[in-house]
Ligand binder design. Structure first.
Ligand code: ADP
Ligand code: MG
Length: 256
């Protein structure tokens, strides 16, 4: 019996079912102990393999997403941000907008939770089987400018273009020259109606023209982005960082 289990394990490995191969002795013992039917045994075995594969795929998707850190939506305190209701946040969490390739623009001053919400939504999307890509605008511009001659940039952009959700954090943090704006336009054009995009920015679209240095390109980018979009304006007075900062002097001395 041991010999034949070993052979079976080899065969499972040959079929690239390594997880099942490892688990086989245990599955066989459980089958005997609980008198599983053939059908039950097969269900357990395949169920185990599928569960392991999904876990591995999810880990791979998490790695590919390149989140700078993990923040979940459960950690987001809605009461701290009056411009977003629990109902709205839950609606975003359902990810119907992602299914419909809608874009999202999160606007607001620093510390209002734009990056947190975008990572949280990205994390949620990965749990549901979507591919996600996160990059800051600075990183993205670097990738686009070096795509021609750096293989790593090519690979990362390929992955980004295959993502269901592309998160671009801190758009307009820096001014772009016309070549950069052009490269960015081509990317947005490629993603248009293929993926959902989440953009975060501390400046409203009306100011983007100035920073991109070319009104024509800005209009073309906005045209594609705003076709199907939800704009969420986070509140000026709700900077979580400021409200929850750790001060050197403590709370009383700030008021004094
Ligand atoms: P932004 O990207 O708008 O500058 P962040 O998302 O980086 O802001 O938020 C700054 C910090 O404050 C992060 O650590 C984030 O997790 C936290 N934060 C912001 N808003 C909230 C909130 N409503 N509930 C919990 N944490 C928050
Ligand atoms: Mg941010």
């Amino acid at each position: 019996m041991t010999g034949s289990v070993h052979t079976l394990q080899e065969r499972f490995r040959h079929l690239r079912m390594a997880e099942t191969a490892d688990e086989l002795p245990m599955l066989l013992r459980n089958a005997e102990k609980s008198s599983w039917t053939y059908l039950e045994f097969l269900q357990e075995l395949l169920g185990h393999e599928l569960k392991c594969r999904e876990k591995k795929n999810m880990e791979k998707r998490m790695k590919w997403a390149k989140f700078p850190y993990i923040k979940t939506l459960d950690e987001f305190i809605v009461e701290e941000q009056v411009s977003l209701s629990t109902r709205q946040l839950n609606q975003l969490r359902e990810l119907n907008w992602l299914e419909q390739q809608c874009n999202m623009i999160l606007l607001g001053p620093p510390g209002t939770g734009k990056t947190h919400i975008s990572i949280g939504l990205g994390y949620e999307a990965i749990q549901k089987g979507y591919k996600v890509s996160f990059s800051t605008m600075g990183e993205l511009v670097h990738l686009l400018k070096t795509e021609e001659y750096i293989r790593k940039s090519q690979m990362e952009l390929k992955r980004l273009k295959e993502a269901d959700l592309v998160i671009i954090d801190d758009l307009m943090y820096m001014a772009m020259d016309s070549r950069e704006a052009n490269l960015f336009f081509h990317l947005i054009n490629h993603l248009y109606e293929r993926s959902s995009i989440i953009l975060t920015s501390n400046k409203g679209p009306e100011q983007w023209g100035e920073l991109m240095g070319d009104q024509g390109i800005t209009t073309a980018i906005l045209d594609r982005l705003l076709h199907r979009v939800e704009v969420i304006q986070l509140n000026e007075n709700d900077s979580y960082r400021i409200k929850n900062r750790i001060t050197i002097f403590g709370k009383e001395s700030v008021q004094n």
